[in-house]
Design a protein around this ligand. Structure first.
Ligand code: SF4
Length: 354
């Protein structure tokens, strides 16, 4: 297949049709490209836009990000999910400030040495911000290339992408492939009639573009059942801060069972084990269950409201970096997961009823 034809058709289409997105300001700022590419992983552009704008208002430069606290970074990321992305951005900004004079490296290889920067992100920054002719492959690119070349398997998609990326305007070409996948060559009902590659596309010629690539087999998602206690006393609530590393690291939560391999235990046993409080004589009310989907499991939380006469200091913080009694008016300032926001809504409804 003629690479030049594909490059020309795609770039012409991109120049005329690309979306006006806040990270596409010219000249391209490597820091903005980096932040947007990290935010866009597993997340649609329309979801990312308000987060990106708030982020840039608060951390307009790499230095501003490096100098911020992790708590503030996580608070700004709250609701976007995959929180290791925020922690790695913060850590990488500090690394760049310390080891590269605050200037992002320009090659994909050097970029990959930064925390949280994998092959995709390195290729995106190097090509879009620094004009390096290196490929990127995300879900959209994978789908477009598998269809264009009628490949059922995606094992060699990186090699295909590398063979196509031009030396002139490599970043625009990579963005164009991703944009085509997002807007035209969609997973269902691709709009082949308006696609700039329709005359070159093998899957379209076969008559069934949706058959490419072959669907991946996804294993059944396990359910994880945990107990969660909203423990109230004198207008404050007991919160636990998760350790900085690991799933949802650095975020605060209502006292809960661990997310990984939680033991089968009652609410009273869970609270005694994790924070050393004895709730056996305290009034507790089951509020219901919340459900939240993570990448590899579904979380089902049984939520309890517990009222104590007065705040009792926890005797331990098993699996928490710290615990704290937080005034209810201070709660919105903490970085919580979406799942914990749901728990809090449930608790607020119960408190209003009482
Ligand atoms: S012609 Fe259809 S299947 Fe082929 S790349 Fe374009 S939208 Fe995708």
């Amino acid at each position: 297949m003629n690479c030049r034809c594909i490059q020309r058709a795609l770039l012409r289409w991109f120049d005329a049709n690309k979306r006006d997105l806040p990270w596409r300001t010219e000249p391209r700022d490597p820091y903005r490209v980096w932040v947007s590419e990290v935010m866009l992983q597993q997340t649609q552009a329309r979801t990312v836009i308000p987060y990106f704008e708030r982020w840039m208002a608060r951390f307009p430069t790499l230095q501003a990000l490096a100098e911020a606290s992790l708590d503030e970074v996580l608070k700004l990321w709250e609701g976007l999910g995959y929180y290791s992305r925020a922690r790695n951005l913060h850590r990488a900004a500090r690394h760049v400030l310390e080891h590269h004079n605050g200037v992002l490296p320009q090659t994909a290889e050097a970029l990959r040495a930064l925390p949280g920067v994998g092959r995709y992100t390195a290729g995106a920054i190097a090509s879009i911000a620094f004009n390096q002719p290196v490929p990127v492959v995300d879900g959209n690119v994978r789908r477009v290339l598998c269809r264009l070349f009628a490949r059922a398997e995606d094992a060699d998609v990186w090699a295909l992408a590398a063979s196509l990326v031009p030396h002139e305007r490599p970043g625009a070409f990579n963005e164009a492939l991703m944009e085509l996948g997002a807007l035209i060559c969609t997973p269902r009902a691709p709009r082949c009639d308006v696609c700039p590659l329709r005359r070159l596309c093998a899957a379209r010629a076969n008559g069934n573009p949706e058959a490419f690539p072959a669907p991946r087999r996804t294993p059944a998602t396990p359910q994880v059942h945990v107990q969660t206690a909203v423990i109230l006393a004198n207008g404050a609530v007991l919160m636990g801060k998760r350790p900085a590393e690991g799933l949802l690291g650095g975020l605060w939560e209502f006292i809960s069972s661990e997310l990984r391999d939680p033991p089968q235990e009652s609410l009273v046993e869970m609270v005694a084990r994790r924070v050393g409080l004895d709730l056996s004589a305290a009034h507790h009310e089951m509020l219901g269950k919340t459900r939240h989907a993570f990448t590899h499991f579904r979380l089902v939380r049984t939520v309890w409201l517990v009222r104590l006469e007065s705040p009792v200091m926890p005797q331990r913080a098993l699996g928490y970096a710290q615990t704290a009694w937080v005034q209810l008016e201070e709660l919105p300032r903490l970085a919580l997961t979406r799942s914990d926001r749901r728990v809090w809504m449930l608790a607020q409804h119960a408190m209003q009823r009482a």
